[in-house]
Design a protein around this ligand. Structure first.
Ligand code: NAD
Ligand code: GLY
Length: 349
């Protein structure tokens, strides 16, 4: 088992390895005070892993209840959140109790936001079961729900007490969703580690899965420790996201899922930057080849004007300026502050 400790406003361990789910009760018992906990999960994940996790928690002396909602991004909404608050209230949850977020990034973001806000904050543990959640969303304390105007627009920073990433759960993750994680893994290589990018561009991710997860989490640890509240360096984690979020919104959260939209976002921006002489063509070519080798999309049939209109509601916009992440080299990201007019030109001309 690998253990990475994140030092943030609350320090916590990220455990990564095989067979960890069976011992979740033991790990939870080491970090939680009260023996009352709530599993929050989606219907796909709970059907497969709910019983195992419940049993492990009960064997460790926990009193356990569960809240299960329909899978998919559309559930990361204030409707589900309000149902979850009502359920927590009906269960008489107190500040001493906790939430276990069992699932992908949708479960983690929603359950984390409930933990950040219910009773002004209760403890929670992330148990990520998708590749994307294991390498990215379960670490760093960003929690949120989507609203009509865009993705993740209502959220909070709330670090978990513990992250337990059992890589065995990835064996049941459908291939299409595995690819979403791959999209974020490519992002980590592009922004911070050419060595990681090299592993991924060979198309041998499954052969090096644990190593890749550990490398991504360690990059996230380093970035979060430097800038927990997203005022500077942490913005690099958003490479490809401004356009990616716009694509998800334009497609009404029914089209490309998050990691694939990010893949198209990284490519769209890098291609535009290369066209404007901000990035070398070789970086553009290498990114495109890497996405193709990993069977990730690199283009969406959406007009640049529509991409621009939907991108400017992003959280990286500040008044008339927007922060754009550009990788001039593989493994190195830069935060470029642009006027909205310049950003529009970059995308549309
Ligand atoms: P997801 O949570 O919707 O999971 C994808 C699908 O896989 C779902 O149908 C789910 O039920 C299923 N699933 C998950 N684990 C499974 C398993 N082990 N076996 C079988 N099925 C399984 O999507 P995701 O890709 O995990 O996460 C995407 C979300 O994460 C987006 O909402 C995105 O905004 C968010 N995100 C957050 C952060 C952050 O820092 N908080 C970072 C990146 C992405
Ligand atoms: N996934 C973006 C962040 O954690 O900052």
């Amino acid at each position: 088992m690998n253990k990475i400790t994140v030092k943030a406003s609350q320090d916590y361990d990220v455990l990564i390895g095989s067979g960890l789910l069976a011992d979740i009760g033991k790990y939870a018992g080491e970090v939680l005070g009260s023996r009352r906990t709530m599993i929050v999960s989606d219907d796909n994940v709970f059907d497969i892993y709910g019983e195992k996790v419940t049993k492990s928690l009960q064997d460790a002396g926990f009193e356990v209840s569960d809240f299960v909602f329909p899978s998919g991004e559309k559930s990361k909404s204030h409707n589900t959140l309000l149902q979850l608050y009502d359920w927590l209230a009906a269960e008489n949850i107190t500040r001493a109790d906790s939430i276990i977020a069992l699932g992908g990034g949708v479960v983690g973001d929603l359950a984390g936001f409930a933990a950040a806000t219910y009773l002004r904050g209760i403890d929670y543990i992330q148990v990520p079961t998708s590749l994307l959640a294991q390498i990215d969303s379960s670490v760093g304390g960003k929690t949120a729900v989507d609203i009509e105007a865009g993705k993740n627009l209502v959220g909070a920073f709330k670090q978990p007490k513990l992250v337990v990433a059992d890589i065995d759960t990835l064996s049941t993750l459908p291939e299409e969703f595995f690819k979403d994680g791959l999209g974020e893994a490519v992002k980590y290589g592009m922004i911070r580690s050419e060595a990681l990018f090299k592993l991924i561009e060979k198309g041998e991710v499954k052969e090096h899965l644990e190593e890749i997860i550990v490398k991504c989490v360690d990059i996230k640890r380093e970035v979060v420790e430097n800038d927990e509240f997203d005022k500077g360096l942490r913005m690099i984690l958003n490479f490809g996201h401004t356009i990616g979020h716009a694509i998800e919104k334009i497609q009404n959260f029914n089209g490309l899922t998050h990691g694939k939209a990010v893949a198209v976002g990284m490519m769209t921006l890098t291609k535009a930057a290369a066209k404007h002489g901000m990035v070398d063509e070789s970086v553009n070519d290498r990114l495109r080849r890497c996405l193709i080798v990993n069977k990730l999309p690199y283009h969406a049939d959406i007009s640049p004007e529509s991409l621009y209109d939907n991108a400017i509601t992003d959280k990286k916009r500040f008044s008339d300026d927007i922060n754009i992440i550009i990788c001039k080299k593989v493994g190195e990201a830069e935060i470029v502050k642009m006027k909205l007019t310049e950003f529009k030109k970059l995308l549309t001309e």
